[in-house]
Design a protein around this ligand. Structure first.
Ligand code: DQQ
Length: 646
């Protein structure tokens, strides 16, 4: 264990007080504690933003857009979070005019959408993963949950535990909104495990006055492996929006790490005008905090930063690292969930703990303007260091892309991804790799293999993989490199989203797999590579997932997702797909580029779902190798000691 951490804990950390959750409710005028002013160029920006925030606060008509009963009229577009100062939570791509034509969903179609091996609660709304941790033999997942319905609201911390991150037991709620400082929602937060094993949970509370504050909670009984009971610190909140930061622009504390002075540091996302920023607080005891003068990082134009994640990755070793580790052979990942576009962006960089500044390796690929963790439906992700297996593991929230009315009809919304292991990509040096945890392979059952399948230009080859709704598929594709090198084709400006999708044919693509397709391909979700050659003769490969024909239902968003993916000299084109009913998680080149698809087929369901290989390129023959496994369902149930929803 890092000596700094030992020192910080043994000398600085005071025991947390006993639970005595007496009402501590200072008048609102006293709820902003004096904090150090942010310095440098930010001061003027902050003052200006403060004025704007003040004006907004008092000009906001505070439309009560959420009834609180967890229901809404089908087809009516209701803002789920904006009035409370967080992202819109319903499907923003579907405007109210789009949902006028509501598809006649049958029970069979809706029940088929529930996943077999992804984590989801038995019913109702779920969003961000919170405070993942490993303790006394159990993995714990907390998550944003609405106990009252399938739409966002009444946010409570759901809680589930697992021995292997795949099979889960649901536990009673860890925290409910019951104090003035979180009565409008127990929002997102992170766990920190201290060197002596104590667990610190920091989370955002939405107060009785809709101010975002940071609160402290801790397990009532650390020797309980299930961590059933949680105590909210009686003197919450422990951090309030500092001067210059809007009262609704201050949320989602990270896991803490130790600074060079032995104090713990916690990052919190915020914004100043349109500049997304990461504030950092220091603490010795997790009850009193001091804001560091300089922001850790800021990117103009990126808006509010939600669910910031900050962690080291080793550039030399395959194992993950505790959040406090720094030194030679280490880069730091900074991730932000952009409130403005609802995507998770990350960048690799260097963290200087003395100046508390993080600097991106490539300023052109800075946080929010460069790489995304996932190019599909994916948001509010969070990693944790699994000290049990020395891995850095990543959870992400897969939201819905259908109408809110359909979500209410089916009675649930959202799924969590299969946890992914995150490592630095030593081959490229420019990105991380994300790969489904090896534990998911325990669900593999019957396997089917197709070797050296020749795909001539324009071909479509059905694969008989048995029941095709729960699959793990590994596929590699090889093309004749001579024809690639000799071609002058210039497909400059190829873009997965705007270049016509899987049916638009170029010389070197698209080729790949089609999943969740019916026999006649009326419905289909193709996942594919596309090679474009620039005017400079350099080939660029793209990895895309085309949802445009994924469903015949009109009230579903059907975007084409994707981005470029580095394919290095000597590598085959490789993809892995986890198909689980209405979710497809797709990983290219060992996890350099990842796309999660949320799809709602009406015909390609149950035994009608099929898998195909395809090659829509006009100028190249592709040789494919495929290994596919049918996947068993995970066991996800209430913990045997009881059977309740609370
Ligand atoms: N979800 C939480 C917030 C966070 C947002 C509220 C991101 O803490 O900023 O449910 O989806």
């Amino acid at each position: 264990m890092n000596a700094d951490i030992e020192h910080a804990t043994s000398t600085s950390y005071s025991p947390l007080p006993d639970a005595d959750n007496h009402h501590h409710h200072p008048p609102s005028s006293q709820r902003r504690r004096p904090v150090v002013l942010l310095s440098g160029i930010f001061i003027s920006m902050l003052l200006f933003s403060s004025l704007i925030a003040f004006i907004n606060q008092y000009s906001d008509p505070h439309v009560d857009e959420f009834s609180g009963d967890g229901t809404s009229s089908p087809g009516r577009h209701i803002s789920r979070g904006v009035s409370q100062g967080v992202s819109e939570k319903s499907n923003i791509q579907l405007s109210s005019s789009d949902v006028e034509e509501i598809y006649p969903w049958t029970n069979a179609m809706l029940s088929w959408q529930r996943t077999g091996f992804h984590f989801q609660p038995p019913k109702n709304w779920m969003n961000d993963p919170n405070g993942p941790l490993y303790h006394l033999g159990w993995y714990h997942l907390f998550y944003q949950y609405n106990p009252d319905g399938a739409i966002w609201g009444n946010i409570t911390w759901g809680h589930a535990i697992s021995k292997d991150l795949i099979n889960w037991f649901h536990l009673p709620f860890a925290m409910v909104p019951d104090q003035w400082y979180d009565i409008n929602g127990v929002w997102s937060g992170s766990a920190t495990i201290l060197p002596d094993g104590r667990i610190i949970m920091l989370y955002t509370g939405d107060t009785d006055e809709l101010v975002q504050v940071q609160n402290l909670a801790y397990p009532a009984n650390l020797s309980d492996p299930l961590l059933i009971d949680w105590i909210k610190y009686p003197n919450n909140p422990v951090m309030v929006p500092p001067p210059g930061i809007g009262t609704t622009d201050f949320r989602d504390p990270t896991t803490a790490w130790v600074g060079p002075n032995g104090k713990w540091r916690v990052a919190i996302g915020a914004k100043v005008n349109k500049t997304g920023i990461t504030l950092v607080y220091e603490t010795k005891n997790f009850t009193s905090y001091e804001l560091l003068e300089e922001v850790m990082h800021a990117v103009p134009g990126t808006g509010m930063w939600e669910c910031v994640d900050f962690y080291p990755v080793s550039t030399t070793e395959p194992n993950g690292l505790d959040t406090s580790v720094n030194g030679p052979g280490i880069k730091h990942v900074l991730k932000s969930s952009l409130d403005d576009d609802k995507h998770d962006y990350y960048a690799l960089g260097t963290y200087d703990p003395i100046s508390n500044k993080w600097t991106p390796d490539d300023p052109e690929l800075d946080v929010g303007i460069g790489l995304r963790l996932d190019y599909g439906k994916y948001y509010a992700s969070k990693t944790f260091y699994d000290q049990n297996t020395q891995r850095r593991l990543l959870w992400g929230w897969i939201g819905e892309t259908d109408s809110e009315a359909a979500d209410i009809l089916k009675g649930w919304s959202s799924v969590q991804t299969i946890p992914r292991e995150v490592v630095f990509d030593k081959k490229t040096g420019t990105n991380i790799l994300q790969w489904p945890i090896k534990e998911v392979e325990k669900l593999r059952s019957k396997s089917t293999s197709y070797q050296k399948v020749i795909l001539e230009p324009g071909s479509l080859v059905p694969l008989d993989v048995g029941l095709a709704t729960q699959l793990d598929i590994l596929a590699t594709f090889d093309i004749d490199t001579l024809s690639l090198e000799s071609s002058l084709e210039a497909d400059v400006g190829y873009n997965c989203t705007t270049s016509g999708g899987s049916s638009s044919r170029g010389v070197f693509g698209p080729f790949g797999l089609v999943v969740l397709a019916d026999e006649s391909l009326t419905e289909q979700t193709p996942v594919y590579f596309y090679i474009a050659k620039g005017t400079d003769g350099v080939a660029n490969t793209y990895f895309c997932a085309d949802q445009s024909k994924s469903s015949t239902a009109p009230d579903v968003t059907k975007l084409i997702y994707g981005s470029s993916v580095p394919v290095l000299h000597g590598e085959s084109f490789s993809m892995r797909l986890l198909v689980d009913h209405s979710i497809v998680e797709s990983f290219a080149q060992g996890g350099r580029t990842v796309i999660t698809s949320r799809v709602y087929p009406t015909k390609a369901i149950y035994s009608a779902a099929k898998v195909f290989l395809f090659n829509n390129a006009t100028g190249v023959t592709v040789t494919a190798n495929v290994n596919a496994w049918n996947m068993d369902s995970a066991h996800i149930d209430y913990f045997p000691f009881g059977n309740n929803d609370s």
